[in-house]
Ligand binder design. Structure first.
Ligand SMILES: [Zn+2]
Ligand SMILES: [Zn+2]
Length: 378
């Protein structure tokens, strides 16, 4: 094993990477970070000015060695528990993955340490380097401009393509024809397990919304499938089950959209308004909570639905015994369980009102509660 003197890191931008291979958000981020690291190392002017040091929370040396072998950077030796602990404490690391970026030659300590490296790498990739305030301000400004000027065409087309795939194949529909419609971007893939439940639900909701809108010529709704399928065949068979449009398989806009909307997991539904601006990235939760009533997904609409839900909640039992859970569940409003949750009954996202187990954190949608009477005889 090669050893590197700590003094060799002086003057460099150094990322302390707190991570462990037993936790999938870590391994997922590691893949991205390796990619970014390699791109930076290929730029000869950056190569020497940047390094990453892995600070492991792996369970044992074997796990550490396996994980470490996927990383092209340095690591604090696994045996050096004291340093690993000291670093975790010094930088207040509360959760992993965590990337602390230390900037060289900066007197003001608070600006010299960047704590949200994971966020920044997810958001800006290689562009985030060298993580200085100037660079980050510049990126945020560019991003804001891009969002202010966002249109359907800027999102969904590129120089070589201004059409989407329709049915039956090889029908094509121009992106321009979607202008003035509410559009859902559906990030999904056939291999994605949660999508197996959500896609049929979305299809049913889509058809109902289309029905509601029949005969109205001033508004319409459309969905565009943004596929991360592994191959053309999977894409085609999956898309055939969907009654809406799609960006062609493996199109370069797909990765760009996932990054732009910061899609961390699929399925995900981003809603764009008739002006092409983003209405919400919570389309999936809103569909799960309100079905076709969620349309057009605007804040005004959701406020009304939330007020209705608050009214309904007033009439619900404060506590409930749910079939399949041994503790009593308590009705809690939004924010009580940290806002968004995954319903333990239907496995779907939820937020707002929930029945929550105060003992173990088990949580279900109010609509998913299956009440059981406790017979005192038993
Ligand atoms: Zn549920
Ligand atoms: Zn419980």
């Amino acid at each position: 094993m090669t050893q590197v003197k700590v003094s060799e890191l002086e003057g460099k931008v150094v990322g302390l990477y707190f991570s462990a291979n037993w936790y999938s958000p870590c391994t997922k981020f590691t893949n991205l970070l390796v990619n970014v690291y390699q791109q930076l190392k290929e730029c000869s002017n950056i190569n020497l000015g940047f390094e990453i040091v892995f600070v492991s929370s792996d369970e044992d040396l074997n796990a550490f060695n396996t994980y470490r072998s996927s990383m092209p950077w340095l690591a604090i030796p696994f045996s050096d528990l004291e340093t690993r602990r000291a670093l975790t404490q010094k930088f207040d690391v509360e959760g992993i993955p965590c990337l602390i970026v230390l900037l060289p030659n900066d007197d003001k300590l608070d600006t010299a340490v960047i704590k949200d490296g994971v966020e920044l790498v997810y958001r800006y990739g290689v562009q985030a380097f060298p993580f200085t305030k100037e660079r980050l301000d510049e990126l945020r400004k560019k991003e804001k401009e891009k969002r202010d000027n966002q249109t359907l065409s800027s999102l969904l087309t590129h120089d070589a393509r201004d059409v989407l795939s329709g049915h039956p194949s090889p029908k094509q529909v121009s992106v321009a024809s979607l202008k003035g419609k509410t559009v859902g971007l559906y990030f999904s893939a056939q291999w994605c397990n949660p999508a197996k439940k959500f896609t049929p639900r979305l299809i049913s909701v889509y058809k109902k919304i289309k029905q509601q809108l029949e005969g109205k010529d001033d508004e319409d709704f459309e969905i565009v499938f943004v596929s991360s399928d592994h191959n053309q065949v999977d894409f085609t068979t999956y898309f055939e089950t969907m009654p809406w449009l799609a960006i062609p398989f493996d199109d370069p806009t797909i990765k760009a959209l996932a990054k732009y909307f910061d899609i961390r997991g699929i399925p995900s539904l981003v809603i764009l308004g008739p002006d092409g601006k983003t209405v919400t990235k919570q389309g999936r939760s809103l569909i799960n909570l309100y079905k076709e009533n969620a349309y057009p997904f605007t804040k005004t609409r959701i406020d009304i639905l939330e007020k209705q839900m608050d009214e309904i909640a007033k009439g619900l039992p404060k506590t409930e015994n749910h079939s399949g859970h041994r503790h009593e569940l308590t009705l809690v409003p939004e924010g009580h369980g940290g806002g968004a949750f995954i319903c333990c009954d239907c496995d779907e996202q939820g937020y707002g009102w929930a029945y929550q187990c105060l003992e173990c954190g088990y949580e279900v949608h109010p609509k998913c509660v299956k009440p059981v009477r406790h017979d005192p005889e038993n």
